[in-house]
Ligand binder design. Structure first.
Ligand code: SF4
Ligand code: SF4
Ligand code: FES
Length: 229
């Protein structure tokens, strides 16, 4: 880090630190000496492990974000929520049906949603959480799947719901039901799976397993990429 980097003041769980500007919250925590065992996963905005709540010295409104994506700001007061104890229904996907009644029977507390929209305001992925909860209540599994597709399971919506609901687990159920029972069958995918099962790629896979990382990277960089349109 260049010595000329501008430093910003942050507070982690009440303790003051100065860190170089431009760091993500996650790298700033490490700069301060924290060893991240929980609350840290992909470091790329996909796994949802790094939910963070913060506000500012003279602005106490709570904000929500992913520590690996959000950069530090002057006078930020932050804390991480690496785990949130949330209710999760147990089911076997093979033994349930893709119906609204089924969703409601597994998550009967859905009816307690009173549309406050706190979950939507909390979501770092900017998802319409309240609306997908409303779709779940109406039994529209396809809409829940579409609206929640980018959910990273960070848990922040459940942490803030005044009714104790767990939107992300309801959405996960609906995405599973949609994928298993409602999504159109992909002929292309089925053909490819049949080819794999018939052993068409066995030799290629063996070759890949013997390559070192440099060779794999070169192969990956030179791969054929489908045109955007
Ligand atoms: S925060 Fe809870 S009660 Fe409010 S809209 Fe979201 S799910 Fe419903
Ligand atoms: S819907 Fe909930 S769990 Fe999913 S990304 Fe948004 S806040 Fe996180
Ligand atoms: S570490 Fe995976 S989303 Fe931040």
């Amino acid at each position: 880090m260049a010595e000329s980097a501008r430093m910003v003041d942050i507070h982690v769980m009440g303790k003051h630190y100065q860190v170089p500007e431009g760091l993500t919250i996650m790298t700033a925590l490490e700069y301060c000496g924290y060893r991240l065992i929980r609350g840290c996963g992909c470091r790329a905005g996909f796994c949802g492990a790094c939910a963070t709540i913060y506000n500012f010295k003279n602005d106490h409104q709570l904000r929500y974000d992913l520590a690996c994506q959000k950069t530090v700001e002057q006078d930020m007061y932050l804390v991480q929520i690496p785990f949130f104890p949330a209710a999760k229904a147990f089911y076997s996907l093979e033994e349930i049906e893709a119906t609204g009644e089924q969703v409601l029977s597994l998550y009967p507390d859905l009816v307690k949603c009173f549309g406050c929209n706190t979950c939507t305001k909390t979501c770092p992925q900017k998802l319409e959480v309240m609306w997908y909860m409303s779709d779940a209540l109406r039994g529209d599994i396809r809409q829940v799947s579409a609206k929640s597709f980018d959910c990273v399971m960070c848990g922040l919506c459940a942490a803030r719901c005044p009714q104790g609901l767990v939107p992300y687990n309801v959405a996960l159920l609906c995405r599973r039901l949609y994928g298993r029972y409602l999504a159109p069958v992909s002929r292309h995918l089925e053909d490819r799976i049949a080819e794999i099962e018939a052993g068409r790629f066995d030799d290629d896979l063996e070759k890949l397993k013997k390559m070192d990382v440099r060779e794999l990277r070169r192969l990956y960089a030179g791969r054929e990429i489908e045109p955007a349109n």
